[in-house]
Design a binder for this molecule. Structure first.
Ligand SMILES: Nc1ncnc2c1ncn2[C@@H]1O[C@H](COP(=O)(O)OP(=O)(O)OP(=O)(O)O)[C@@H](O)[C@H]1O
Ligand SMILES: [Mg+2]
Length: 220
């Protein structure tokens, strides 16, 4: 049987503070199949972002393992395998909106180099879908935070990653901008990605195949 696209087995993560240790994840288990969209809820501070940092290989667990297609990850996997929309966005401020979205396509090493026009077409398609096409040549700090969030989502999905990890992708959006983001997340799953969305937003939970809740360091 095919292994899940993404597996987290017995994840433990403890942070040390002067005021005492905080054990955020306590043996967490999660399996997400290719083509499945799973939302993770949980109160602020419950460890959703900490979990995504581990799943993306940006952080390392104290115990447990993370497998992609059955193979344990060692460090952060390439972006075309696992792409992230971090809560803090992490856009390159010295690159334009279009250049940020093009970056994963330019840096792909697993396929022959894409033509300039193919990259341009993919970037335009995504920016237009998210209603930010007219911002292509601006720099991230010249657009609103909600617009930056959509740029970071377009960047995460541009290279069609096998695993897509998004942290509160609708947190700064108005009601008019949310449906396009939900549609894009859903389409990524339909096209075969394993999609994980940390969110407080009921509208996102409604489009999920499965909803899990982070409570006491484990998923319920
Ligand atoms: N790098 C770190 N060093 C120390 N403590 C951390 C670190 N990252 C997270 N924490 C702590 O771990 C806990 C979980 O934080 P996390 O950011 O994962 O919560 P969250 O569920 O994403 O919350 P929110 O909904 O507000 O985004 C918090 O108590 C936080 O203070
Ligand atoms: Mg968070």
């Amino acid at each position: 049987m095919k292994p899940p696209a993404l597996e987290a087995l017995g994840l433990r993560r403890k942070f040390t503070h002067p005021s005492g240790d905080v054990e955020v994840l306590r043996g967490l288990e999660l399996r997400v199949a290719a083509g499945e969209l799973v939302t993770v809820s949980g109160r602020s501070g419950s460890g959703k972002s900490a979990l995504l940092a581990l799943l993306s290989g940006f952080d390392s667990p104290d115990d447990g393992s993370i497998l992609l297609d059955g193979v344990p990850i060692a460090g952060a996997p390439p972006w075309h395998t696992c792409a992230v929309l971090p809560q803090a966005l992490g856009l390159a401020t010295e690159l334009t909106v279009a250049e940020n979205v093009a970056l994963p396509l330019r840096l792909r090493s697993d396929i022959p180099r894409l033509s300039r026009s193919a990259i341009q077409a993919r970037v335009t398609e995504l920016l237009d879908e998210l209603s930010i096409g007219e911002l292509a040549d601006r720099y991230p700090l010249e657009v609103s935070f909600g617009q930056q969030q959509r740029v970071a989502l377009a960047r995460a999905v541009s290279g069609r990653p096998k695993v897509l990890l998004t942290d509160e992708p609708t947190a700064h959006l108005d009601a008019a901008s949310t449906p396009a983001v939900l549609g894009l997340l859903r389409r990524c799953a339909e096209e075969g990605a394993a999609v994980i969305v940390a969110t407080h937003d009921d509208l996102v939970h409604k489009i999920a195949d499965r909803r899990v809740r982070l409570l006491g360091g484990v998923l319920t």
